[in-house]
Design a protein around this ligand. Structure first.
Ligand code: NAD
Ligand code: DAU
Length: 352
């Protein structure tokens, strides 16, 4: 079996669902169920013995030690993190605690467990760290996309905490020999995405007739990858990646934020027309994010060359599936917009 951390969040729950759709290898899913963790994402696995959910913190060393000793996973796939840049600006402490201290605790537990293994079990064990392209900083318009060899230049509390965790993972390999893999991925989108991030926020606001808040001039560029392609990339690296290496995962799809928002509006116009008029009428430019990175882009040739991975979805196919998923899952959308969600929306947008 494998141990997944953060498997009730956006990417983690997609990963768990995809894994168990194509394999009978069980998963232990350790998740603290912060505001971003949602058991409902995994409701289709209720009663499925292949999925063992554990409500707990990666920073709880005794808990993690116990899980490793009891279940003896062949790999740890580490998603658990505080993941939202805007929240890291409002309150960086939780990011240091989970992303830095939590990863440290998990590495120490993994090192102790790996030290008890012998022979083939020891050789096969992997610690797979899921990270972000934001560790590389911000690109100028004509810069080549991020390669694995780019220097680290994180600019936000979130990306600094993820960069720190990447460095810990690297050091645990070089110093202790822990068999690690690191993947640095671009912006994901797709089903089960919590509506604090750009694409799901725009969908749920548009459907509610609320303003679509575009930061600054809306010309910031991100590379967008459909979440299930990220999951297949992680599976490829876990299966065949070279120990100690990092692999960039991206969608070969750079787009400006305003074009993303206009695409979402056009799809909604087609799939759920609003009698009040085109959804783009709701686009509202608001005060920019402090320290906002201008451009991210991923050079994903290494994972393609070594492991034959390429994304299956184009942005056109992936965003259509995504918008349709939100239209088909109104109950999920309503449930996640709790009081705490409304508090966050107030905190982040009311003074912009
Ligand atoms: P998310 O915020 O949707 O989910 C994070 C999950 O981790 C939640 O289920 C939460 O409950 C859990 N968690 C948080 N703190 C924890 C703790 N201390 N112990 C146990 N569980 C804890 O995040 P996501 O968007 O799914 O991102 C998952 C990972 O992928 C993160 O490491 C993130 O940095 C990375 N990543 C995300 C993206 C993206 O576009 N979303 C892109 C590249 C990399
Ligand atoms: O690049 C990978 C990263 O992508 C991940 O590591 C992060 O976990 C993930 O949250 C994401 O970070 P971003 O900051 O790029 O994602 P977000 O959806 O918050 O914002 C995308 C862009 O849209 C960014 O330029 C800011 C802008 N934006 C965002 C929101 C929420 C807006 O213009 N308006 C908004 O309301």
């Amino acid at each position: 079996m494998i141990l997944v951390t953060g498997g009730a969040g956006f990417i983690g729950s997609n990963f768990v669902l995809d894994w168990l759709a194509q394999s009978d290898e069980p998963i232990i899913n350790l998740d603290a169920l912060t505001y971003a963790g949602n058991r409902a994402n995994l409701a289709s696995l209720d009663g499925d013995a292949r999925h063992v959910f554990v409500h707990g913190d990666i920073g709880d060393r005794a808990l993690v030690d116990g899980l490793l000793a009891t279940h003896r996973p062949r790999a740890i796939v580490h998603f658990a993190a505080e993941s939202h840049v805007d929240r890291s600006i409002h309150g960086p402490g939780a990011f240091m605690k989970t992303n830095v201290d939590g990863t440290f605790t998990l590495l120490e537990a993994a090192r102790a467990f790996w030290g008890t293994l012998d022979g083939a079990e020891k050789a096969a064990f992997r610690f797979h760290h899921v990270s972000t392209d934001e560790v590389y900083g911000s690109l100028k318009p004509t810069d080549p996309p991020f390669a694995e060899t780019n220097p680290y230049e994180p600019n936000s509390p979130y990306s600094a905490s993820k960069a720190a965790s990447d460095h810990l993972v690297r050091a645990w390999h070089h110093t202790y020999g822990l068999p690690v893999l690191t993947t640095n991925c671009s912006n994901n989108y797709g089903p089960l995405h919590f509506p604090e991030k750009l694409i799901p926020l725009m969908i749920v606001n548009a459907l509610a007739g609320k303003p679509l808040p575009v930061y600054g001039d809306g010309q910031q560029i991100r590379d967008w990858l459909y979440v299930k392609d990220h999951c297949s990339g992680i599976r490829a690296v876990l299966a065949g990646g070279r120990v100690g290496e990092t692999y960039n995962i991206g969608g070969w799809n750079e787009m400006a934020n305003i074009d993303i928002v206009r695409t979402v509006c056009a799809l909604l116009d087609e799939l759920r027309p609003d009698p009040a008029g085109p959804y783009a009428r709701l686009i509202t430019y608001v005060t920019d994010r402090p320290g906002h990175d201008r451009r991210y882009a991923i050079d994903a040739r290494k994972i393609e060359r070594e492991l034959g991975w390429r994304p299956a979805e184009t942005f056109a196919t992936g965003i259509r599936k995504t918008v349709q998923w939100y239209l088909d899952n109104a109950a999920w959308v309503a449930d996640v917009q709790s009081g705490a969600y409304k508090d966050w929306i107030g905190a982040n947008y009311s003074a912009r």
